[in-house]
Design a protein. Structure first.
Length: 253
């Protein structure tokens, strides 16, 4: 048996015809486990690390994906979560197999598990970069203190990861969730724009308006919903944020 056939991963769910997680029609794998606690998270059922979800081998997942290969051959496969890179070894082995199948690969991550001063971590990320075509980088907040308030973690690792991807000239799509009262301050958005402007490997910027579709999951898990009473952002605020971040200036390459 080859090593990659023995690697196991915990997976929350699959989406066979995704259209919002990378270019084209995509098969999306939602990995189980996340160290962050974003206040706006709509998938609290993906939080548990080491439990939850279902256990799959790399072969199991590849077999699932190959059923849809004719539909996704011009799109690809996106690995999301949770935070998929909690299980970076599994993700890397899976992407190796998908590249052999000739499929485009993307990873949707916050970069929170990246540690630039750890040779062991860097070795794992170097291996990942060899088989990942695109990174969808979830930028939570530009301000360290506000980032921690919003997610439970500071933004040192995500910023280091952004530098790492730029150093390796890896294509990045930035995703920014707009939450009223938390990530919609115009000065913060202007600082974010200034920060992102320094990276030439950013192909696209997406502004994702906060929504409340995950409330039922919190209720089912008996977890208090942290943003009770927070409304969706107005169209005016959404348009202003897109304009500041230069969304229209970033097109897919």
């Amino acid at each position: 048996m080859e090593l990659n056939e023995q690697v196991l991963g915990r997976i929350h769910s699959f989406e066979s015809f995704g259209t919002v997680d990378g270019p084209g029609i995509r098969f999306v794998v939602f990995m189980q486990g996340c160290p962050m606690r974003c206040l706006y998270c709509h998938n609290p059922d993906t939080w548990k690390i080491g439990s939850g979800g279902d256990v799959y081998s790399v072969d199991d997942v590849v077999d699932q994906i190959k059923k849809y290969k004719n539909y996704i051959k011009d799109g690809g496969v996106t690995i999301s979560g949770g935070e998929p890179l909690v299980q970076i070894e599994f993700v890397t082995e899976l992407l190796k197999r998908l590249k052999k199948e000739g499929l485009h690969t993307a990873v949707d991550t916050s970069g929170i598990t990246f540690v630039k001063d750890s040779p062991a971590v860097i070795e794992k990320f170097d291996a990942l970069l060899e088989v990942a075509d695109l990174f969808l980088l979830d930028v939570k907040h530009i301000d360290p203190a506000k980032h921690k308030k919003l997610t439970g973690k500071d933004n040192r690792n995500p910023r280091d990861f952004m530098d790492y991807l730029a150093d390796h000239n890896k294509p990045v799509w930035v995703r920014y969730v707009l939450v009223p009262g938390y990530s919609d301050d115009q000065k913060d958005v202007e600082k974010l724009h200034e920060y992102l402007s320094g990276y030439k490997n950013i192909e696209k910027i997406e502004v994702l308006p906060y929504h409340t579709m995950g409330i039922a999951k919190y209720q089912n898990l008996n977890i208090p919903y942290p943003l009770e009473g927070v409304d969706k952002p107005t169209k005016e605020v959404i348009d202003r944020t897109k304009e500041i971040l230069g969304v229209k200036k970033h097109v897919n390459k």
